[in-house]
Design a protein around this ligand. Structure first.
Ligand code: 3PG
Length: 410
């Protein structure tokens, strides 16, 4: 039995259902327009569509950016995008829990959807706290009395113990939405009892996250192999004792990543052959790709990709895997000269028979660019929440659903 309730556990016809979604999208800083509707579409085509079809009075609560950041915007355009996707009217009010918002909620009819203003326009939202503490806030005190059910569909924000993420679960019957359910099921498949051999492919530049994930999945017997690429692999090579050359070492120092080297060294000493690093790299020589074996390091040129022999090694391990998690590209994939490693490794993952799970903005974009989306087992909508989940951390948004009030029925 699931540890949390779902939409299957409640009758929602004509009930006011408060749904926390994660509409937080990429925004063009110049125009302030949403440039990718992936997250809005995911919630629209599952939870929100289902609630509308079942005749619920749906109230959508979401955030976009943080105050002071270039991607902080009102949710009017998100409501318009939602309306286009659902092909039915979606109401919007530029208020979170004042009289305007309350009246709009009271006037809702069964089957209608209302999007409230960016919940982060209220300064109290981003404080972390327990469901009990947050249930006493203005947001919850004003909105909960108008609602019959709280649905948390915002897996991508579940690593935040913010008011709208956890506060309602202390006072309202609560359920996981369909996206929350889907993410948790797919991620648990990769993390709890993965079919073996299980391979984690860690690329990109977030080497601190990759190190934490590697420690957790190797330490708990979840991964049999960790394959590294991207900037992360440069740190692993440095930890193995390779001198990457001044330019590359200066780059790593500027990104404040060199401090990770002792931790990576300890990881590699502990897990030996389970941590697989590149045997060759591609250099940027006046804009052109030039591959060298790592034995030829140091170099005066920037390392921009893994080499062909490394791709071959990684592809062999990937083709024998039964489950694969991939996060982060293998190199500077945006540049055609240096997308070889990412393309080939991602193709190997797509062509393997393993259950594969991918996440993170760049990873998802590269998978889409190479037309591999349909061949990946599951593509997560989450960034930070996925990373924390893979580190074995408990996500406050999920814990709140598991411990939500059990007594009240609707
Ligand atoms: C995300 O995109 O990771 C979530 O929406 C959380 O956003 P935040 O990092 O601004 O809290």
């Amino acid at each position: 039995m699931a540890k949390y309730k779902t939409l299957d556990d409640f009758q929602v016809k004509n009930k006011v259902v408060l749904v926390r979604v994660d509409f937080n999208s990429e925004i063009d800083p110049a125009t302030k327009k949403v440039t990718s509707d992936v997250r809005i579409r995911a919630h629209a085509e599952s939870t929100l569509k289902e609630l509308a079809e079942k005749g619920a009075k749906t109230v959508v609560l979401a955030h976009q950016g943080r105050k002071g950041d270039p991607d902080y915007t009102p949710l009017k355009q998100h409501a318009e995008i939602l309306q286009k996707i659902l092909k039915c009217p979606v109401k919007y009010v530029d208020d979170v829990f004042g009289e305007k918002a309350k009246n709009a909620i009271k006037n809702l009819k069964g089957g209608e959807i209302l999007v409230l203003e960016n919940v982060r326009s209220w300064d109290g939202e981003t404080k972390s706290g327990t469901p009990e503490q947050h249930s006493k806030t203005e947001l919850v005190q004003n909105l909960a009395p108008l609602a019959d059910l709280f649905v948390n569909d915002a897996f991508a924000a579940a690593h935040r113990g913010h008011v709208s993420m956890v506060g309602f679960t202390a006072v309202l019957p609560s359920a996981a939405g369909r996206i929350m359910e889907r993410e948790l099921k797919s991620l648990s498949k990769a993390l709890e009892k993965p079919e073996k051999p299980s391979v984690y492919v860690m690329g990109g530049a977030k080497a601190d996250d990759s190190l934490e994930i590697s420690k957790y999945v190797l330490g708990n017997g979840i991964a049999d192999y960790v394959l590294v690429g991207g900037v992360t692999s440069q740190l692993f090579l440095a930890a193995k004792g390779f001198d990457l050359g001044k330019k590359n070492m200066d780059f790593l120092a500027k990104k404040e990543l060199t401090g990770l080297i002792p931790g990576i060294k300890a990881l590699m000493e502990q897990y030996g052959d389970k941590v697989v690093v590149p045997v060759d790299v591609a250099l940027d020589v006046n804009g052109k790709r030039k591959e060298i074996p790592v034995s030829k390091l140091p170099t005066e040129h920037s390392i921009f990709d893994i080499g062909a022999k490394t791709v071959e090694n990684y592809s062999k391990i990937i083709s024998a895997a039964k489950s694969i998690v991939v996060s982060g590209p293998m190199g500077v994939y945006e540049n055609k000269e240096f997308n070889y490693g990412t393309k080939k490794v991602f193709e190997a993952i797509a062509n393997s028979k393993a259950f594969s799970l991918a996440g993170g903005g760049n990873t998802t974009a590269a998978i889409e660019e190479y037309g591999l989306s349909k061949k990946i087992g599951y593509i997560s909508t989450a960034g930070g929440a996925l990373i924390e989940f893979l580190m074995g951390k408990k996500l406050p948004g999920v814990v709140a659903l598991e411990t939500a009030v059990k007594t009240k029925k609707i």
